[in-house]
Design a binder for this molecule. Sequence first.
Ligand code: JB2
Length: 219
Amino acid sequence: MPRKAKIDCIVFGGGGHARVVMECLRLSGVARPVAVVDANPALRGQRVAGVRVAGGDESLPGLKRRGLRHFAVGVGGTGDNRLRQRLFELGVAHGLQPLEVVHPTAICSPDATVGRGVQRMPGSIVNTGVVLGDDVIVNTGAIVEHDCQVGAHAHLASGSVLCGGVRVGMRAHVGGGAVVRQGIMIGDGAVVAAGAVVVKDVQPGDVVAGVPARPLRRR
Ligand code: JB2
């Protein structure tokens, strides 16, 4: 049952991830999404999960004049997290406050450190000693074991598992169902394909896939 929200907010992006974000905000009662901002002009004036698309990113000053002060990045993506970083920085540059997005079923240790705008989706688990940078997504059912460090804007996709002490760089993407062995380092902007099992460090920008994971190419 959704709880009564205290804060009205803007959601960047009007696709599938945005609808999950809006549901989390509603269920947790943290905020009420009241405007979607999306780059697709065809969406303007349409409704996404019942919320009107106000326009593209240029509509932010007008939304601020309406008194909105908070935002959530509703863009997910399956590899390239640069857009998410740009939108996060855009919101902050407009003086808006990033909201933490937490589904009621997400678990987080009290001894984890969580950055601004972090998203913890249904059934995700963040264990003790973990550090999550700004704007990280711990997507549905993902597990972040003890003492992992995850850089800003990284996306841990649904069902992925980071065993203990893994380090994930900024903007890296760990694909759905991938498993990363304990102590491994994944470089900035690297991509681990869905279902991979990572047993060796991944260099910045590398794309790795398979069991065990091997480099496919560098971005
Ligand atoms: O610069 C932009 C911009 N570029 C694209 N500014 C704003 N405000 N919005 C932008 N967008 C919009 O993001 C697109 O027009 C589109 O409506 C939305 C992205 O939606 P899409 O459904 O394509 O992807 P997603 O990020 O919501 O979901 C992906 O990532 C999730 C984690 C999907 O691949 C999902 O399957 C996945 N679960």
